[in-house]
Design a protein around this ligand. Structure first.
Ligand SMILES: NC(=O)c1ccc[n+]([C@@H]2O[C@H](COP(=O)([O-])OP(=O)(O)OC[C@H]3O[C@@H](n4cnc5c(N)ncnc54)[C@H](O)[C@@H]3O)[C@@H](O)[C@H]2O)c1
Length: 450
């Protein structure tokens, strides 16, 4: 019987006859569903958000990485549609789970979205189905959180149904490393689970890397993100050190070090880290490790260092205003960039929003520009993006660059602004005194403007 299940699923995958569900059509799920549909599978996106479902069905994108045209294409071939009901799980052969894994206010993991989608899937679970968890989470989630929900049905993993963990590695905004070109890591609960998941993903991903268990796959994803978090923290600390020392430019230092063709990889400082991954994921592992009486110093230290950056930026801003004779309470400030990184519309945990929060009620006027983010909420207050133009720049006492979108006209910004604090080295001009750059202080005391 189990042999038949696996055999039938294998054939359906090979013949592109498998019906595929993608649960959660956000930053991860929508591009994934489109790629699967493009490969030729009937694909259904299931999301609790009615607005996203309606937009997806109308071929309108809500994610900067996905063009509306791409959705329209798979809508027109009839290979993709979106729904709010889980009932399609009854028909689905393969179910990919791409739901959020946030943290609680006390920064503990919140796997309630995985639990609730698992419970919904369990209602429709039947022999021959393959479930693949893609959300980033702590080791053992697949086997100790999701698997028990599914086996409560009486069905057995590896015989009746199949379960794997395959962490999503998408890098929104990255045009080179796409779903197809980025290798996918897969760890199944049993060998059969791994084999079926690999067969499916190899239909639309160039390289599949299999590992011995879901736990290894879960940990590998966390290692990737913690690696980034720790290295960003390191350069953030060095940026603050260069600022203290004066006369050493962290950006020049990094570029010099990056000329080493081996053993070095450049990371850059900034106003902090954000998004749904690098900020949150390390806490998932730190929390899990505590269960084993293990305290991860690296993770905590990196988080502390990165989370201090918005405070450092605000201190630096106030210092610059003071040196230039502008009382902070009278200052008109213009923030450039609200998204957590360049060329995306994602503002989750954005350091720009944290900086704005720290500035609220401490300066006279606060405006922001972001071509990707039409409005944001900062500590309960709504802000609408302003269009970037000469008069807006001229009115500002200081322009604070927090996200270096490539759509910004940096020549205009440089020409028209009175003062600039550039936390991303987007202007990259050391010869213009009105430009202050995070991680570079001309000498030990900040000098006044031209
Ligand atoms: N955004 C990234 O760059 C990225 C990269 C790699 C991994 N991840 C991981 O992927 C997962 C998803 O992240 P995301 O950025 O796509 O989040 P997202 O918030 O953009 O998308 C998640 C979607 O799931 C929906 N949803 C929530 N609960 C649901 C439920 N019970 N049933 C159906 N739909 C539900 C939400 O409405 C939302 O549309 C997270 O674990 C994240 O850590 C994200």
């Amino acid at each position: 019987m189990s042999q038949d299940n696996a055999q039938q699923l294998t054939e359906k995958i090979r013949n592109k006859e498998a019906k595929v569900a993608v649960i959660g059509i956000g930053y991860v799920g929508l591009p994934l569903a489109i790629e699967i549909a493009r490969t030729g599978y009937d694909t259904i996106g299931i999301d609790v958000d009615r607005k996203k479902v309606a937009m997806a069905n109308q071929g309108k994108s809500f994610i900067s990485d996905v063009q509306s045209e791409e959705i329209k294409e798979v809508r027109e071939t009839g290979k993709f549609r979106a729904i709010t009901s889980y009932a399609f799980c009854r028909e689905a052969d393969i179910i990919n789970i791409c739901v959020p894994t946030p943290f609680t206010t006390s920064k503990d993991p919140d796997v309630s979205y995985i639990i609730s989608s698992g419970e919904q899937i369990a209602r429709y679970l039947h022999p021959g189905q393959l479930i693949i968890l893609r959300s980033t989470t702590y080791p053992e989630t697949t086997e100790k959180v999701l698997l028990p929900i599914l086996t409560r049905t009486g069905l057995r993993v590896g015989r009746d149904f199949y379960l794997s963990f395959a962490p999503e590695r998408i890098d929104p905004g990255n045009k080179v490393w796409t779903i197809r070109t980025t290798p996918v890591v897969i760890g199944g609960v049993t060998k059969k689970c791994t084999a079926l998941s690999s067969l499916f993903y190899s239909q639309f991903v160039d390289r599949v890397v299999t590992v011995s268990s879901p736990r290894v796959a879960e940990m590998s994803k966390l290692l990737e993100n913690i690696f980034r978090s720790v290295n960003i923290a390191l350069v953030n600390e060095l940026a603050r050190m260069c600022d203290r020392m004066g006369g050493i430019d962290i950006w020049e230092v990094i570029n010099a070090a990056a000329s080493k063709p081996f053993g070095f990889m450049p990371f850059y400082p900034g106003p902090g880290i954000g998004g749904h991954c690098i900020l949150i994921d390390p806490y998932y592992l730190a929390w899990k490790a505590r269960e084993y009486d293990f305290h991860s110093n690296f993770i905590e230290l990196a988080a502390e260092t990165n989370e201090a950056m918005p405070f450092f930026v605000v201190d630096q801003l106030f210092e610059i205003l003071g040196i230039n004779g502008i009382p902070a309470k009278n200052a008109n400030l213009l923030i450039l960039g609200a998204a957590f990184k360049r060329n995306v519309n994602d503002t989750r945990h954005s350091p720009a929003i944290k900086v704005m929060e720290l500035l609220l009620n401490r300066v006279k006027t606060l405006n922001y520009v972001d071509p990707y983010v039409p409005e944001i909420e900062v500590a309960g207050r709504k802000f609408r993006a302003k269009p970037l133009n000469r008069s807006l720049l001229r009115r500002a006492d200081c322009v604070l660059i927090l996200t270096d979108h490539s759509a910004f006209d940096y020549d205009l910004i440089l020409r028209e602004s009175k003062l600039i604090l550039d936390t991303r080295n987007a202007i990259n001009r050391r010869d213009v005194k009105k430009v202050y750059t995070l991680g570079y202080r001309r000498n030990s005391v900040i000098t006044s403007t031209d």
